[in-house]
Ligand binder design. Structure first.
Ligand code: PGA
Length: 249
């Protein structure tokens, strides 16, 4: 049995007023069959940890620097994230790979930095619309996996999120067959590289326009162990039914 994880990526949304959504979300979680992680903007991390202390919600960041400290204005290191009490960090999101030109090798260094601070990495991979149109999806995914995942990857230190870039924030969702194809491919690659025990245990999330009305269908896929959710994680009333659909899957 793999861990089921519903992770919310708030991106650059939310000030202190948004923390009330965490209270509402905590109140709506009725069982522990799915791990729930919320990744708010960095200025909210400490307060989010404090206000979820007596709830099952875990807190994560959205990026970290590869170094632990130094002259890197505006950046945040993994030990700083861990110091807030957060336990996860999203790494290699397509918005970082794109707008901040992060390469697979940059992302791999960040994953190692996260582990060194005892954070669980949520590693994002995904093809562009052009890659898919050119039938390059599996090549791109395979390259991102081998380039971004360090050798010491385990099911405890890493979660992988497959997020087709063309599905993020667009309302477009791949067909269930397309999701199954990519998730099965990722699982096979993980088993080949890390062995059956680790490869079968690493949680694989789907991300990209997951909503309450499509989550149940997406969670039917055998190798989908949860979701990384952007827009629909901002309101507890949207995220709670996604968590329930995951728990029931
Ligand atoms: P979305 O974002 O759910 O708003 O499409 C997903 C993500 O970027 O993680």
């Amino acid at each position: 049995m793999r861990r089921k994880i519903a992770a919310g990526n708030w991106k650059m949304n939310g000030t202190a007023a948004a923390l009330s959504e965490l209270d509402a979300l905590a109140a709506s979680i009725s069982d522990d069959r799915a791990t729930v992680v919320i990744c708010p903007p960095a200025p909210l991390l400490y307060r989010a940890v404090e206000c979820t202390k007596s709830s099952p919600i875990q807190i994560g960041a959205q990026d970290c620097h590869v170094q632990t400290s130094g002259a890197f204005t505006g950046d945040i290191s993994a030990p700083m994230i861990a110091d807030t009490g957060a336990a996860y960090v999203i790494l290699g999101h397509s918005e970082r790979r794109d707008a901040h030109e992060e390469s697979n090798s940059d992302v791999r260094q960040k994953v190692k930095a996260a582990w060194a601070a005892n954070l669980t990495a949520i590693l994002c991979i995904g093809e562009s619309g052009d890659d898919r149109a050119a039938n390059n999806t599996l090549d791109i995914i395979g390259g991102q996996l081998s380039g971004s995942l360090p050798d010491a990857t385990t099911a405890e230190n890493t979660v992988i999120a497959y997020e087709p870039i063309w599905a993020i924030g667009t309302g477009l969702v791949p067909s269930l067959e397309q999701i199954i194809e990519v998730h099965d491919f990722i699982r096979a690659r993980l088993i080949t590289r890390f062995g059956a025990d680790i490869g079968n245990a690493i949680p694989l999330l789907y991300g990209g326009s997951v909503k309450p009305d499509n989550a149940g269908t997406i969670f039917q896929a055998e190798n989908v162990d949860g979701a990384l959710v952007g827009g629909a994680s901002l309101k507890a009333s949207d995220f709670a039914p996604i968590i329930s659909a995951l728990a029931a899957s």
